[in-house]
Write a protein that binds this ligand. Structure first.
Ligand code: ZN
Length: 93
């Protein structure tokens, strides 16, 4: 099965799953039932696990659609450094 993409002028892209080579030039739009013309997209090749693909997709998306924030991240306090027990007995300045 292959996913073919079609675009309705009013409702955008619709994806239809069909066998290879059986794509038609138009399909009815599921929202308005008008003809949606086929569009050609890059093939979706598998790039490993779905987690890896999601990471790659989100990384690619930040190039064109960076996340918009409304405030800076919360400020963290000073770093707490754990002292080894052997150093606890040393005199402090
Ligand atoms: Zn439509």
């Amino acid at each position: 099965m292959v996913v073919y993409a079609y675009r309705c002028v009013e409702h955008g892209v619709t994806e239809v799953s069909r066998a290879i080579g059986t794509a038609t030039a138009v399909v009815p739009c599921p929202a308005c039932d008008r003809a949606a013309a086929r569009i050609y997209t890059a093939p979706r090749l598998s790039l490993g696990s779905s987690v890896r693909r999601a990471l790659i997709d989100s990384t690619e998306r930040t190039r064109d659609e960076p996340a918009v924030v409304s405030a800076p991240p919360p400020r963290r306090g000073p770093a707490v450094v754990a002292r080894p027990p052997a150093l606890r007995r040393l005199p402090r300045p």
